[in-house]
Every structure is written in structure tokens, then in C-alpha cells.
Design a protein. Structure first.
Length: 146
């Protein structure tokens, strides 16, 4: 992947400009381009925009994030104009699940509770709880309320 420093250097050499000449034409300090190219300094966003505009490339290209030099505001100029009338295409409606004739029996808890082993375990746990002193107290309170 090409770095910002490498891209600045390659664009400058393609344009046959010296580092001080490029700095001067962009209004940067004399040694700024040298620092950018050697990686001792990173240009600010505004400086990157100035450099990209000077060479007519996109910021993505300048930063090495793209190999396409096209400036972002110019990319639509390459699309041919369509003389036809604009007709909006409606977005597709989301698909809804079809209601099934039989109830859903696939739930995990329903499947678990349908098991004979689990039913027997629950029955045993409830009976043990009701036989305990706490369970007897609950039964007594329930009978008093009636």
C-alpha cells in the first residue's frame, strides 16, 4: 500500500517540481514538503486538501487509500446524461412469514417440557417441595385463604 508520503513525492516528481517550489506554490513553509515526504510530519486535513487540489487528485488517492486519481466532485461528469424521464422505482416490500395452519411446536421450552423425563423430574421436585416444612406452611396459608 502506498503511503501519503510516497504519494506526495510521486506526484511532485511527475510534475517536475522541487520540494521548495511545491511548498511555495501551495503557500506552505519552505521545508514542509520535505517533512511530509520523509514522514517527519503529516499534513493537516486542510494541507492535504490543498495538495490534492493542486495535483487534481482525490484525497483518497493522495492518502494511498485508492488507486483512482478521480476527484470526488468530478466522478459524475463521466456519466452520460440520460434524456429519458426519471421514473422512481419503489422499494420492494419486506416479506412477511406465512401463517401456518398448525401452532408452532418447535420452541425449545415446549420441546423440553414435552419430554417424559423432564415431566417426571418436575413432578418429583414439586412433591418434595410440598413435603418440606416450607411447603407445608404454603399449603396451610393457601387453605386458610379459602
Amino acid at each position: 500500500m502506498v503511503t501519503l508520503a510516497q504519494r506526495i513525492e510521486s506526484l511532485r516528481t511527475e510534475a517536475n517540481l522541487s520540494r521548495p517550489a511545491l511548498s511555495l506554490s501551495l503557500g506552505f513553509p519552505k521545508g514542509a514538503i520535505e517533512k511530509f515526504e520523509t514522514g517527519r510530519a503529516t499534513p493537516t486535513k486542510e494541507q492535504q486538501e490543498k495538495i490534492a487540489a493542486h495535483f487534481g487528485v482525490s484525497l483518497f488517492y493522495l492518502r494511498g487509500e485508492s488507486s483512482d486519481r478521480t476527484r470526488q466532485e468530478d466522478w459524475m461528469d463521466a456519466v452520460p446524461a440520460d434524456d429519458g424521464e426519471y421514473v422512481p422505482i419503489p422499494a420492494p416490500k419486506p416479506k412477511r412469514p406465512k401463517p401456518s395452519a398448525e401452532p408452532q411446536q418447535g420452541a425449545m421450552l415446549d420441546s423440553l417440557l414435552a419430554s417424559k423425563a423432564v415431566q417426571e423430574l418436575l413432578r418429583k421436585t414439586v412433591l418434595d417441595t410440598l413435603r418440606s416444612p416450607e411447603g407445608q406452611e404454603l399449603i396451610r396459608k393457601a387453605m386458610q385463604k379459602k
